[in-house]
Design a protein around this ligand. Sequence first.
Ligand code: ATP
Ligand code: MG
Length: 218
Amino acid sequence: MEPILSLQNIYKAFGDRVVLNHVDLLIEPGEYVSIVGASGAGKSTLMNIIGLLDQNFTGTYAFNGQPLSKREHSRFRNQHLGFIFQQYNLIPSLTSKENILLPCAYASGKIQEAEQTCERMLREFGLEKQKDQPVNTLSGGEKQRIALIRSVIMDPEILLADEPTGNLDEKSGRRVRDFLQEMNLAGKTIIVVTHDLEFSNEAERRLKVEGGELHELS
Ligand SMILES: Nc1ncnc2c1ncn2[C@@H]1O[C@H](COP(=O)(O)OP(=O)(O)OP(=O)(O)O)[C@@H](O)[C@H]1O
Ligand SMILES: [Mg+2]
């Protein structure tokens, strides 16, 4: 099978600190991959490159076998990648619904469908009453559920999550993990960074960032 993502010879340094020393990463469609490693090893650096949030690296980045040029990065990110962050990254003054629909702003054709998905998911997550509330008035767990809905509103093939349970209590953390498993069962490719061993073991494939290299853990 053709890898859905193929990163090759990725090199990233901050000044003379080499964080990723020519690493390769091939991800198959539908895989659930976790990335572990010590603090400062370069997990977020790698995730930011996989997510094209950081485009300042050398090496090649291909989707379904097609190398992407820098020019194509932003559009690709918007259409094919979903993100879940530890700090939610919601816009405080906007309402729940506005935050969820934000990724659709550049995809006019998808807006109607997205609004329906948004309403349905708000119901499923028990957030109907909160939909027009500014997110800075929501509880932590509610914000996190809004962030989960937002991550899939564009129906991305690939979901990226960097320490998505880092700030959460047991129950909310469990919800994030269940959500990722469900999305994987529904066919999405999942890549997650976590310090939690039990969580990382829920992935079918585990990788470790260490000494600028990326290793497969059995
Ligand atoms: N913008 C930057 N400028 C300089 N150094 C940076 C920058 N961003 C990251 N680094 C350094 O790169 C290294 C890798 O950082 P990174 O955030 O990827 O680690 P991490 O594995 O995600 O750690 P943690 O588990 O603590 O989140 C660290 O030593 C960090 O200090
Ligand atoms: Mg990190």
